[in-house]
Design a protein. Structure first.
Length: 230
């Protein structure tokens, strides 16, 4: 996958960015307060934060799993403590605006995401944003989910909107999560049968035609023998 520069970092695949002390969230509560106040005043302000998203997820075929991701600009670890246990998370330092849009995309038809539109959220005094999606496994195997993040911009009437795709401010950072869809033996048999049914039907039709031809040949041979004088 090609790397895309955004928010002062370079996003490439699902690997976390190199640990850089200078790129960690600002722990100064005053800096957070100033950022929140600027957001209230509808100012296009930037703040350094940390994105957290699942490194990998597992789900059974035809069942669903929650995909939860978030952004923390408070400099603390409260967001990570609120995320589900047993799920390995990647963390990425990045610069964000007061408003941030996110969407989750399945890279193949093997998984289905319940919400396909951009979800816009704005920072408040907590300094945290969180999104959640439901992912359903449709085909067994190893697949990928892509988390896309896009900065919002302030509008004259107040509030924030996600810019159009052709806007210079609409660049998107993409982070990938490995998705493992598991299935039972019986499900695998059904999938194999369903996938190969056309071939099976074609072979069966060919065998059926061959059997009919043999039976016709034997019948003709027998009828010919009966008509032959002794």
């Amino acid at each position: 996958m090609a790397c895309i520069g955004l928010f002062g970092v370079a996003a490439c695949g699902a690997s976390p960015y190199p640990a850089d002390p200078s790129a960690q969230p600002r722990s100064d509560s005053r800096a957070l307060s100033e950022f929140v106040e600027q957001c209230r005043q509808n100012v296009d302000s930037w703040q350094r934060g940390q994105a957290l998203y699942p490194k990998e997820l597992s789900v059974k075929l035809d069942e669903s799993v929650s995909y939860i991701a978030g952004i923390d600009v408070s400099g603390g670890s409260q967001l990570r403590e609120r995320l589900p246990d047993g799920v390995p998370y990647s963390d990425v330092p990045l610069e964000v605006r007061c408003g941030l849009g996110a969407r989750l995309v399945s890279t193949t038809s093997s998984a289905e995401v319940d919400k396909s539109d951009w979800q816009l959220q704005e920072f408040d005094e907590t300094g945290k944003l969180q999104w959640a999606w439901t992912v359903t496994g449709k085909q067994p195997g190893d697949h990928a989910l892509r988390l896309e993040l896009r900065p919002a911009v302030a509008v004259v009437g107040g509030g924030y909107v996600l810019p159009a795709g052709e806007s210079p401010a609409s660049q998107v950072v993409m982070l990938e999560t490995d998705l493992h869809v598991t299935s039972t033996f019986l499900q695998n048999v059904y999938i194999w049968w369903d996938t190969n049914w056309d071939k099976i039907a074609l072979i069966a039709a060919g065998l059926g035609a061959a059997v009919l031809a043999v039976r016709r040949f034997l019948k003709n041979l027998r009828d010919g023998s009966e008509d032959t004088p002794t």
